[in-house]
Design a protein around this ligand. Sequence first.
Ligand code: ZN
Length: 159
Amino acid sequence: MFDIEVISLFIYAVLAGNAATTAFFRIPRNIPINGWKIVGGKKPHCSNCGHLLRFWEYLPVLSWIFTKWRCSYCGSKTDIAYPILEIGSVVIIFVLYMFLGFGERIVINFLFFAALLLNTMLFVRHKRIFLKSMAIMLSSIIVNLVYEVDCDRWICLFK
Ligand SMILES: [Zn+2]
């Protein structure tokens, strides 16, 4: 069960889920998605009490085990959207794994469903559509289309 395929897919999904939580936090606040230097100069912190998070408190998996999605300082619960995005990504990758098996197709397909989950969560929370997260989903669709083109009839980039 815990072979190299499963482990590498798990790591991939966890990293993507973590990126999704970053996007979920930053996009509605108009903060650039990439980069460690956050505009406003605030490191990862509890949104309730402002307590700066230690590294095991914001790293995926470690934070699941050690904090159980609660601030170690004030005890307030983490936004439910974060565990949904992180665990949701892991669920998505293993559902896809059952259908697609291991290979580049699952890596590419996953991007779309992860972006779909991100857009869904943003919409549920803010009742609006964000251009940036839609652009992420659109680009994942384009990558999938380019990958899936019929090579006998079209110019192929991947195959
Ligand atoms: Zn706190």
